[in-house]
Design a binder for this molecule. Structure first.
Ligand SMILES: NC(=O)c1ccc[n+]([C@@H]2O[C@H](COP(=O)([O-])OP(=O)(O)OC[C@H]3O[C@@H](n4cnc5c(N)ncnc54)[C@H](OP(=O)(O)O)[C@@H]3O)[C@@H](O)[C@H]2O)c1
Length: 311
């Protein structure tokens, strides 16, 4: 068995986007096995297990990943992860990957694929809500698919959005109010908020939104009015209903499962999509095990590893 301590080294973001896109397409074709993730809850966070199998890639495994939003105060990432790949033929664990950075990259890739298909335009102003790891990953992955003319970013602590702008100055990045972020053509929301941050009246017609932050029950970043006014696509219906941006509105009765227009996989396959320049589209991302398998598949091809004895 091999352990990959830094499997992200040398990964090509465009290749990651394509691998994640193909995994979503297989999901859209109904050709993957992926039960919804299972949560264990703590007082200050949770961890999840995420199993999956993509027959076309002959890859199977499970990711174990935590979310502890207070971690940055003590210098730890909010999200840390390990992926285990198992042999499809005999079940032997073949590889263990440090999947912390891979999780950021595969989440960025999902947002990039959604933006590629649902953005109103190929040249965009990108609005970014939050300035942490997922915010950066969205920028880097979307930049592979669309031309980012400008970034408008908001963070609760202005020093963080200013630091973000320093990091992404090549995109003409400006730290702005939450309302002004919504002047962008594509808006990505990347916070662990448990109450809506983005008001319905701030979102212009034609905007595409990647709702990334809500990935557990009770999390919510958008005014539910945006979901009613717009068209909602999800990564996976079972996970989205349980823990995505739509989870609270469904529980409270302001959104229904029947209102989901389709999955990202179906969008990629041309079965669903944006219907015009005025439509508001929302991609509700909870994060899928098949994204982790797709990126792990690329990472183990060239990454440096340490051999571990097993069984
Ligand atoms: N959909 C997916 O596949 C996926 C994958 C990974 C992570 N996530 C989720 O994405 C979210 C962010 O993860 P991350 O790794 O980027 O964490 P992070 O690096 O800690 O960044 C979180 C950001 O949100 C801001 N923030 C924290 N609490 C907030 C609140 N209550 N209201 C408004 N802003 C708040 C922080 O900014 P300030 O410090 O300036 O407030 C920071 O910029 C989490 O909810 C995580 O579970 C989703």
């Amino acid at each position: 068995m091999r352990y990959y301590p830094t499997p992200e080294a040398g990964l090509d973001l465009r290749e990651v986007n394509r691998a994640v896109e193909e995994a979503f397409a297989e999901h859209g074709r109904g050709k993957v096995q992926m039960p919804p993730k299972v949560y264990i809850n703590f007082e200050h966070g949770d961890f999840r297990t995420m199993p999956g199998y993509i027959p076309s890639l002959n890859t199977a495994g499970v990711k174990v990943v935590n979310v502890h939003p207070e971690n940055p105060k003590s210098g730890l990432p909010t999200v840390m992860a390990l992926t285990v790949l198992l042999s499809v033929e005999n079940g032997i664990p073949e590889a263990i990957l440090n999947a912390t950075r891979l999780t950021d990259m595969r989440t960025g890739a999902a947002g990039a694929v959604a933006a590629k298909y649902l953005s109103p335009s190929d040249e965009i102003t990108l609005g970014v809500v939050g300035s942490g790891r997922q915010a950066g990953a969205q920028v880097e992955a979307i930049a592979q698919e669309l031309r980012i003319r400008k970034i408008l970013v908001w963070s609760r602590k202005e020093q963080n959005s200013l630091a973000f702008c320093g990091k992404y100055s090549r995109f003409d990045c400006e730290s702005v109010s939450l309302e002004r972020v919504c002047d962008a053509n594509v808006v990505v929301t990347t916070t662990p908020s448990r109450k809506p941050l983005i008001r319905d009246e701030w979102i212009h017609e034609g905007t595409h939104i990647n709702a990334i932050g809500a990935d557990a029950p009770g999390k919510e970043e958008l005014d539910p009015g945006i979901l009613s006014r717009g068209t909602v696509f999800v990564d996976d219906p079972a996970q989205a209903v349980h823990s995505g941006e739509i989870n609270v509105p469904i529980r409270e009765g302001s959104f229904t499962v029947e209102s989901i227009r389709g999955t990202l996989g179906e969008v990629i396959l041309g079965k669903a999509g944006r219907k015009g320049n005025e439509e508001i589209t929302i991609f509700d991302s909870t994060g899928l095990a098949i994204q982790d398998l797709a990126i792990a598949g690329i990472a183990v091809k060239n990454g440096e590893c340490i051999n571990l004895k097993f069984p």
